[in-house]
Design a protein around this ligand. Structure first.
Ligand SMILES: Nc1ncnc2c1ncn2[C@@H]1O[C@H](COP(=O)(O)OP(=O)(O)O)[C@@H](O)[C@H]1O
Ligand SMILES: [Mg+2]
Length: 304
């Protein structure tokens, strides 16, 4: 009865079996012989743990049905199992949450280091250097515009010398939008961003121009962790965009090209929501919210 064994892991099936067997004893039934309703029997505690035998008169056989407790255990087991599977897939499949983990992430020390929040800085410093190549190896025979080549040189040198990136440092970042799941290649893949090197120092302003479809939004989405880079990496204030988004989110603000205000939310509700996203501690949220609304002269309509 393999099918039944599999069915048992569907919470709805197991629950209905458990419930059904309690109900068959305890509920009021309509009896065809006396043509009237007969009240159910008392359902004692021990009956919950007892298997029951049913005589099937048509087949002249007796079958044994597991106890309600057995089925309820199955419900709990499948709930725990489903939660574990969900957690695992949520880490491994990179969908909306951006950067994904390796399929064996739970075996990696750095995962638990990050989860526990202990010596996160130390782990980051121990990380091996991102690039070891020099510019000629990367370029080969291809010739880039001088300014692009100079920037590339500067980024590579800074990274190799482990100069702290106090702004933004983008190292050979690339994005290929795959048509197929699990990184499988297909002729329809879109190579949206190809090996960009760029460094923007603190207090510098950089303007990124490009025609439609040049890959500007893709680059931004990689910086903000909305999508994961296919290759390369970037650092924001020394933090890796592939791995340290939790901390980056606290430092970075993004104004997208579309309107992100909701008609349903008041000004204060917007502030509270973004405070949560940016990790403002709960007890500071209301004060922060009032301060910001005061700055833009919207305090009097905060809940309007
Ligand atoms: N989610 C996606 N799936 C597949 N292709 C995409 C996706 N997003 C963008 N692209 C493609 O990647 C390229 C770069 O797009 P985008 O980064 O939006 O450019 P820009 O913001 O500079 O206009 C375009 O060819 C676009 O069609
Ligand atoms: Mg765009």
């Amino acid at each position: 009865m393999v099918v039944v064994r599999i069915l048992e892991f569907l919470p709805a099936y197991s629950y209905s079996m458990a419930f059904g067997s309690v109900a068959s004893i305890a509920s009021t039934k309509f009896d065809l012989n006396s043509f009237g309703w007969v009240p159910g029997n008392r359902f004692d505690d021990e009956m919950f743990y007892k298997d029951r035998d049913f005589y099937l008169s048509f087949f002249h056989m007796t079958i044994s049905a597991p106890s309600p407790a057995y089925f309820m255990n199955r419900v709990y087991q499948s709930m725990i199992g489903a939660t574990l599977i969900w957690l695992y897939l949520d880490h491994v499949i990179s969908s909306n949450r951006g950067a994904s983990y390796r399929f064996y992430f739970f075996l990696e020390r750095k995962y638990w280091v990050r989860i526990c929040g202990i010596d996160a800085k130390k782990a980051r410093n121990n990380k091996k250097k991102a690039i070891g190549a020099n510019i000629n190896d990367i370029l080969g025979n291809q010739k880039l515009v001088d300014s692009v080549e100079n920037e590339m040189q500067r980024v590579i040198e800074n990274e190799q010398n482990e100069t702290y990136a106090d702004g933004l440092r983008i190292i050979d970042i690339g994005k290929i939008y795959r048509k197929l799941p699990f990184g499988m290649e297909s002729p329809k893949d879109v190579h949206a961003v190809k090996g960009i090197y760029l460094e923007v120092e603190k207090n510098e302003l950089l303007c990124l121009l490009g025609h439609n479809g040049a890959g500007k939004s893709t680059l931004f989405n990689m910086m903000t962790g909305i999508i994961a880079p296919t290759s390369g990496m970037a650092k924001i204030c020394g933090l890796d965009v592939r791995e340290d988004q939790d901390q980056i989110r606290k430092l970075m603000g993004v104004v997208p090209q579309f309107d992100i205000l909701w008609n349903q939310l008041s000004a204060a509700e917007h502030m509270r929501m973004f405070s949560k996203i940016k990790g403002v501690p709960n007890h500071l949220i209301e004060q922060e919210c009032d301060d910001l609304l005061t700055q833009v002269d919207l305090l009097d309509v905060k809940d309007a």
